[in-house]
Design a protein around this ligand. Structure first.
Ligand code: XUL
Ligand code: CO
Length: 438
């Protein structure tokens, strides 16, 4: 077995809220039961391979700062091999049950697609053995169809049919590997599926191509017998000016228009929701209302920075409200809380990898407990139910049952004289109610 990458770190344990040990969970107690399910089952935490193993702390103004001791191989394939046991040691010590990957962050680009596939297979064999050894499972896989210059105009929405073909080949392989590793799902994030200017763009044609691409993916999924869901991950911009999968509503509209809805759910990411000008709970509600809430990419942005900072989620209001929405729609089945989050450039020490994930896991565990307490208390849901009571009988019930039209409603309104039954929305009172659980 390879030398331990984190020799000074013991498996992270739950020590309770009073613990002052930074390398312990204060709230995440995997076996604690909440609403009949263990915390572990509710949250289904997942670590991402890309930020965790391939990130180096660089930003557009500066070089990397993280300088990981295992990133010292001269050849990319050798480098990729060294990362595998480190990653699984990390997940194991953290107690994370799942992980997620892109094809090209697990294994490097080869000089041909054939060689890339060979590299990928080599690393996947190592990953498989580590998954077996540790019991860590795959939440989802995906293809990185945005980093290479060939995808400069997009992948499935490129003006260049050769790029479309290349992207198809990459997704085919990534899907097969996800299936081989018994992945719970497969994600499509449209890295460059969008445009920089409409002056050079045939949007309708690009959208038709994207629809066709997704149908090919569905066909291939059936062919190989992969049973997990496909997820689309909305994001409104960055790197393009406009991404076609801009938010949950746009994704659902696309899926409906191209007759794909039954094959897809959504993977909602907090920082992407914020970039779209939405709250996370808005996006979760839109997805949930359509029966398409699949999984979440857990992170957060910075309200003062207008880009995708991918910070670890540590805001309790955010995690509590996210979990309220997730639980409202029945909780995760194949999905989970995937930390698509990266350390700050300044958090460059090795231990920070643990501190960041512990912070995120504890924030979500606490969010889960807060959400469960709010649900148990019932005042919030009672308030909402009561707010809509005019629809439970009388004219409201008739409208919902489709028994009246404009003619009957006009007669009703004429007889009514005025709407005198409005009541306060009590926003401030409800915000205080939430605060009383935090
Ligand atoms: C990019 C992003 C991706 C997807 C997977 O903003 O979130 O890493 O999660 O491709
Ligand atoms: Co993401």
């Amino acid at each position: 077995m390879a030398k331990a990458a984190f020799p000074n770190i013991a498996p992270i344990q739950y020590e309770g809220p009073l613990s002052k040990n930074p390398l312990a969970f204060k709230w995440y107690n995997p076996d604690e039961m909440i609403e009949g399910r263990s915390m572990k089952e509710h949250l289904r935490f997942s670590v991402v391979y890309w930020h965790t193993m391939c990130g180096d702390g660089s930003d557009m103004f500066g070089w990397g700062t993280w300088n990981r001791p295992w990133n010292n191989a001269s050849k990319p394939l050798e480098q990729a091999k060294r990362r595998v046991p480190v990653f699984f040691e990390f997940c194991e010590k953290l107690g994370a049950p799942f992980f997620a990957f892109h094809d090209r962050d697990l294994a490097p680009h080869g000089s041909t697609l054939r060689q890339s596939n060979e590299y990928f297979d080599t690393i996947v064999n190592l990953v498989k053995a580590e998954m077996k050894r540790t019991g860590v499972r795959l939440l989802w896989g995906t293809a990185q169809n945005f980093a290479h210059p060939r995808y400069m105009h997009g992948a499935a929405t490129s003006c260049n049919a050769d790029a479309f073909a290349f992207a198809a080949a990459q997704v085919k392989k990534a899907l097969e590997v996800t299936h081989e590793l018994k992945g719970e799902g497969y994600v499509f994030w449209g890295g460059r599926e969008g445009y920089s200017t409409l002056l050079n763009t045939d949007m309708k044609r690009e959208m038709d191509h994207l629809g066709a691409f997704m149908h090919m993916a569905v066909d291939h999924k059936k062919k190989i017998g992969f049973k997990g869901p496909f997820y689309i991950e909305p994001k409104p911009k960055e790197p393009t000016k406009h991404q076609y999968d801009s938010d949950a509503a746009a994704c659902l509209n696309f899926l409906r228009q191209y007759d794909l809805l039954e094959h897809f759910q959504l993977n909602i990411e907090t920082n992407h929701a914020w970039l779209a000008g939405h709250t996370m709970e808005h996006e979760l509600e839109v997805a949930g209302a359509a029966g398409a809430l699949g999984s979440i990419d857990a992170n957060m942005g910075d309200v003062f920075l207008g880009w995708d900072t991918d910070q670890f989620p540590t805001d309790l209001y955010l995690t509590a409200r996210s979990m309220l929405s997730v639980m409202k729609f029945g909780g995760f089945t194949t999905g989970g809380v995937n930390f698509d989050a990266k350390l700050r450039r300044e958090s460059f020490e090795l231990d920070d990898m643990f501190h960041a994930h512990i912070a995120g896991m504890d924030a979500f565990a606490r969010g889960l407990k807060i959400a469960a307490a709010i649900r148990q208390d019932g005042r919030l849901s009672d308030f909402v139910k009561n707010r809509y009571r005019s629809w439970d009988s009388g004219i409201g019930a008739k409208i919902e049952a489709g028994k009246v039209g404009f003619k009957e409603l006009e007669k009703y309104a004429l007889d009514l004289g005025e709407v005198s039954t409005n009541e306060s929305g009590r926003q401030e009172q409800l915000e205080a109610l939430i605060n009383s659980f935090i």
